[in-house]
Design a protein around this ligand. Structure first.
Ligand code: ADP
Ligand code: ADP
Ligand code: MG
Length: 690
């Protein structure tokens, strides 16, 4: 086994690889860019080497620098993670030339699977079922059009060199083909430097089901079952689970064997994933087409089916990813294995730790990708600082009920340079229902403030009819859009109650530390009411808190009028209000309170009442105190002429001094209080005449 490895990646995958290496007693070397100088992955490794600027092309893609770093630190092998150099055969070859082990497949296998069209030609020979289509090298537009017409619409044009959901165009009818081809080729040349395309049948309501395979240098192969990654946005995965709901033993075996055939055909070594697109048929009629090899029984009809099974499924090879996949933890959860450990063992020449018949599926696992993005704005990526980052309590990299894989800490910046994925939550349960409930729980306990994320969106996805009943396909998000976007599970009364409770809890905290504090002004000065102004969901609203004689609180807000009770716990505030009982966590940033409750999250803004005092009390020449407080000083005396906006008085309330300005031009008729006087909300401070 290696004594030291270099991890040529960043973020969560670098941290994840480092964790296994540490457990195995292997020393680790991190590489980092300018932007990552103090990143978590650097801290996770034993040594670190700076390799360049923040942009990937100046650092994580500079393979000469990375190889130099490995040699300089005495690393024997390089783990590429995913993305970056992981599927770059030139890098894999350069490692070998430098006497370093590339922890991944041989360059020839990367190359063979690198282009979608070429790999399909290979797979055809190996007897792996393909989506009906054209994947030849002749790229004459007229020929491509004829092929599309032959396949029948809708078709999908795909950049052969594509990846990450880019370079794909669905075409509905023959007349649209030419324009779609041109636009696909433009995107392909820009993104991948290669404009070759293939054309294939556009599978309706497809499921994305992939098989994890492993090979060793002795020529042994196994499949570690399947993952369903059908829930996607922009052709990119959002939720992944294993096993695939509705999968039968016979179908699993046929897909597993087809995936192993694919790996064998390119003499694959290490961890890889064969992605299949699965066509669903409503009826249970007839055998699944696709593979005829193995003489396995058809997957339909005869076998008992789990809930979520929708009928016969026919599968087709899509592509092979020649690396560890983002979603590998769900496979680890159901098999109880550490796939990075397997990668390291295989790369160091050891045989696969287990044979096919020793592998078992236990329970059900789901992974959610938490991304910095705005689902309500077409999933636009977001950047910013993780001002608050609280995750569900768990031990990393164990097959525990909840696992969090991440590469960031509270306070870290999600920069525009890299991927928008912040963390992955992986849950495991005895059944899918249990895993689903645990994932919802884990998402509810994930509190991120400082930038937009998809956490609440993911919770809505879990609750859709389609996901709950495992009615999975790649159009799930689009189909369920009515209940997924612009949702507001926390209503104004709860959000306001949480914000008020937080304010009171904070004030009591201040008082405890300082017995002379006047922050609980309502008691010592006999005040009984306090007004809060909020902005919630784009609308202004007022809340009135009344301190009752018996010491209880009454809160009137958003049409609710009810007693408010709360108690502060270590990890939140327990609120009882208007028939609801909720544990909330409130994080105050500036004027905004970020409220996280079981049912969802919300933001509520405190408006500065005094700043608006002028406008509010403009009528009738009366100038009233907008909230309880103390008069500090008057800037004017009776008889003074004042103009609109001129400071008239200074009040102190809610820990701050506020200036009260003249709502209009006029003459001061009379001052009704003196400096030092305590005034109630609504008390008239001075009379203003014209
Ligand atoms: P990438 O390299 O970008 O991952 P894939 O070929 O794996 O490209 O396809 C990505 C996604 O696009 C799939 O998971 C699936 O949702 C969709 N897709 C791909 N091929 C088809 C097809 N023939 N019909 C319908 N959807 C498809
Ligand atoms: P998967 O099926 O595993 O999601 P993708 O082809 O979509 O495969 O890409 C794998 C992952 O690699 C992405 O989710 C992304 O996190 C990461 N990745 C890809 N390209 C880059 C890049 N240039 N920089 C950082 N991460 C990247
Ligand atoms: Mg893919």
């Amino acid at each position: 086994m290696f004594k030291k490895i270099l991890i040529a990646n960043r973020g969560e995958i670098a941290c994840r690889v480092a964790a296994t290496a540490r457990r195995m007693g292997i020393r680790t070397v991190a590489v980092y860019s300018d932007a990552d100088a103090s990143a978590k992955h650097v801290e996770s490794c034993d040594e670190a080497v700076h390799i360049g600027g923040s942009a990937p092309k100046d650092s994580y893609l500079r393979w000469e620098r990375i190889i130099e770093a490995a040699k300089a630190t005495g690393a024997q092998a390089i783990h590429p993670g995913y993305g970056f150099l992981s599927e770059n055969e030139a890098f894999a070859a350069a490692c070998a030339e430098a006497g370093l082990v590339f922890i991944g497949p041989p360059p020839s296998a990367i190359q063979a699977m690198g282009l979608k069209a070429e790999s399909k030609q290979l797979m055809e020979k190996a007897g792996v079922p393909l989506v009906p289509g054209y994947h030849g090298s002749d790229q004459d537009p007229a020929l491509l059009q004829r092929e599309a017409d032959r396949i029948g619409y809708p078709v999908l044009i795909k950049a052969s060199a594509g990846g990450g959901g880019k370079g794909m165009r669905a075409v509905e009818k023959s007349g649209d083909f030419e324009a779609a081809l041109a636009s696909c080729k433009r995107e392909a040349i820009n993104s991948f430097g290669d404009d070759a395309v293939l054309v294939e049948k556009y599978v309706q309501r497809p499921r994305h089901i992939e098989i994890q395979v492993f090979g060793d240098t002795q020529g042994n192969y196994v499949y570690l079952f399947e993952r369903d990654c059908s829930v996607q946005r922009r052709h990119q995965k959002v939720l992944e689970e294993a096993p695939a709901p509705g999968m039968t033993e016979a179908m699993r075996k046929r897909m597993g064997e087809a995936a192993v055939a694919a790996a064998r055909a390119v003499k694959y070594v290490g961890a890889g994933t064969v992605e299949f697109i699965v066509e669903q048929r409503e009826s249970g009629m007839g055998p699944a087409a696709g593979p005829s090899q193995g003489g396995a029984a058809p997957s339909g009809g005869s076998e008992p089916r789990e809930a979520g099974s929708v009928g016969v499924m026919e599968f087709f090879f899509m592509e092979m990813n020649t690396r560890l996949q983002v979603e590998h933890p769900v496979t680890e959860a159901i098999t109880g294995l550490d796939l990075v450990e397997w990668q390291l063992r295989v790369a160091s020449g050891q045989p696969l730790p287990l044979a096919q018949e020793q592998l078992r599926i236990r329970g059900h696992a789901i992974e959610a990708r938490i991304c910095a993005e705005n689902p309500d704005n077409n999933f636009l990526p977001a950047t910013g600082t993780l001002r608050v980052y609280r995750k569900p309590g768990c031990a990393a990299f164990e097959v525990a009920p909840v696992r969090v894989d991440d590469g960031v800490r509270e306070g870290d910046l999600i920069s525009p340079f890299y991927d928008s994925m912040i963390a992955k939550l992986i849950v495991h349960g005895d059944t899918r229902e249990q895993a689903l409930a645990r994932l919802d729980e884990a998402l509810a306990a994930t509190h991120i403030v400082g930038l937009n994320t998809n956490v609440q969106f993911l919770r809505h996805v879990l609750k859709t009819e389609s996901f709950a009943h495992a009615n999975l396909d790649t159009a799930l998000i689009q189909r369920e859009q009515a209940v997924l976007f612009h949702q507001q599970p926390v209503a104004l009364p709860l959000a306001a109650a949480a914000a008020v409770a937080k304010t009171l809890a904070d004030e009591r905290g201040v008082q405890d530390n300082n017995p002379f504090s006047r922050r609980d002004g309502w008691r010592s000065h006999g005040l009984t009411r306090r007004r809060f102004a909020f902005e919630f969901g784009g609308e202004h609203s007022d809340a009135v808190l009344t301190y009752q004689h018996d010491g209880t609180l009454q809160l009137d807000v958003g049409g609710a009028s009810a007693p408010l009770e709360f108690s502060v716990a270590a990890d939140g505030i327990d609120i009882r209000y208007a028939g609801q009982r909720e544990r909330v966590s409130v994080y105050s940033l500036g004027e905004t309170d970020h409220v996280f409750a079981r049912r969802g999250a919300a933001q509520i803004e405190s408006l500065d009442l005094l700043a608006h005092a002028g406008e509010a009390q403009a009528e009738g020449g009366r100038l009233t105190a907008p909230m309880p407080g103390k008069v500090i000083s008057f800037a004017v005396k009776a008889g003074d002429k004042v103009s609109k906006g001129q400071p008239l008085a200074v009040m102190e309330a809610m820990k701050m001094e506020h200036t009260i300005a003249a709502p209009a031009d006029g003459v001061v008729a009379e001052l009704l209080y003196a400096p030092g006087d305590q005034v109630a909300e609504g008390a008239e401070l001075l009379k203003l005449g014209s």
